[in-house]
Design a protein. Structure first.
Length: 318
């Protein structure tokens, strides 16, 4: 087993330079490649069945372009920052105290996202709840329940963060870990809400439809927020703030749910009316999304419990 591991590591070290040349591209190349492949993908979807071999090639190239975009997102953001540096917008932002703080303070952006997320979750919960009552729709009721749990989780995080800011040292970390742990518990409830929505899409054959080209805009936005959520989960771990990390985990859970509903819309629109294919795709993607969120909740609960024990042990020693 040890020799096999060493052999695999050796192969990976040999392949690493090639993988870097393939997937780590200059920002300018990515900014041309990704939109071009997305346009080709839209054309292929609208003319599906005419040139099957060419369509599959376009889909493969589009998947490659998406992977390159995700890997190069940090380089792209730095590229635009260098381009904007010294411009009129940049000078105005540096003169404005709030805009300057937003640009320079990573933690401030995390704190702001807490309140923004709470506001949006509340608005969506109210809107979907009103739609459920007006249209007497079980689907809207399930979505409203999902956003209520989402909003409650964000409210809990805002409350924990505000309380933690009144303290410092070990007490601040203890309060943040408590909020992180409570958010993990609510994510189990959130997962039930997601499972109810998935069940309606699977067993009641509920379909989500977007008019015209809106589906392409929705797809682009969904992949954008999914990419951004994954990047932020990694970046915000560096701040060592459990509450902000939990907030980004919630964003990732929401992005995964958006990916599931997008998949339903895409298979309904481009699935050639094959109900069996739509059933399989809804079941597989729904299961993957629910299990992913469940795994996140379990990890957060175990991690917070372990860290709280360490913090308590450190307080006892001191």
């Amino acid at each position: 087993m040890k020799r096999l591991r060493e052999k695999l590591n050796e192969i990976f070290r040999k392949l690493l330079p090639l993988l870097r040349r393939m997937f780590v591209l200059p920002p300018g190349v990515i900014l041309v490649l990704f939109p071009a492949t997305m346009v080709m993908c839209i054309i292929a979807l609208n003319n599906r069945g005419m040139f099957p071999s060419l369509e599959y090639l376009v889909y493969l190239v589009s998947a490659y372009a998406l992977a390159v975009l995700i890997i190069g997102l940090g380089d792209i953001s730095r590229y635009f920052a260098r381009k904007m540096h010294g411009s009129r917008v940049w000078r105005w932002a540096n003169r404005n105290p709030i805009a300057s703080l937003f640009i320079s303070d990573f933690r401030f952006r995390g704190e702001l996202s807490l309140y923004q997320g709470l506001l949006m979750s509340t608005l969506f919960a109210v809107f979907k709840g009103a739609a459920a009552i007006f249209y007497k729709s079980p689907w809207f009721a399930a979505v409203a329940g999902y956003y209520v749990i989402f909003g409650a989780s964000r409210l809990l995080l805002v409350r924990s963060y505000r309380k933690s800011q009144r303290t410092d040292g070990e007490e601040r970390r203890r309060r943040e870990l408590k909020g992180y742990q409570q958010c993990a518990c609510l994510m189990f409830l959130l997962n039930i809400g997601m499972a109810v929505m998935a069940a309606q899409l699977i067993f009641e054959e509920h379909t989500i439809a977007y008019p015209g080209s809106v589906i392409y805009i929705t797809a682009a936005y969904t992949f954008y927020i999914l990419t951004l959520s994954v990047v932020n989960v990694v970046k915000f771990r560096r701040l060592n703030s459990p509450v902000l990390s939990a907030s980004k985990a919630l964003n990732l859970a929401g992005a995964l749910m958006s990916l599931f509903t997008l998949q339903n819309a895409l298979t309904s629109r481009f699935g050639s009316g094959d109900s069996n294919f739509r059933l399989v795709m809804n079941s597989v993607v729904g299961l993957i999304v629910c299990l992913s969120v469940l795994a996140m909740a379990v990890y957060m609960l175990v991690h917070s419990t372990r860290e709280m024990k360490k913090t308590a042990a450190g307080a006892d020693i001191s």
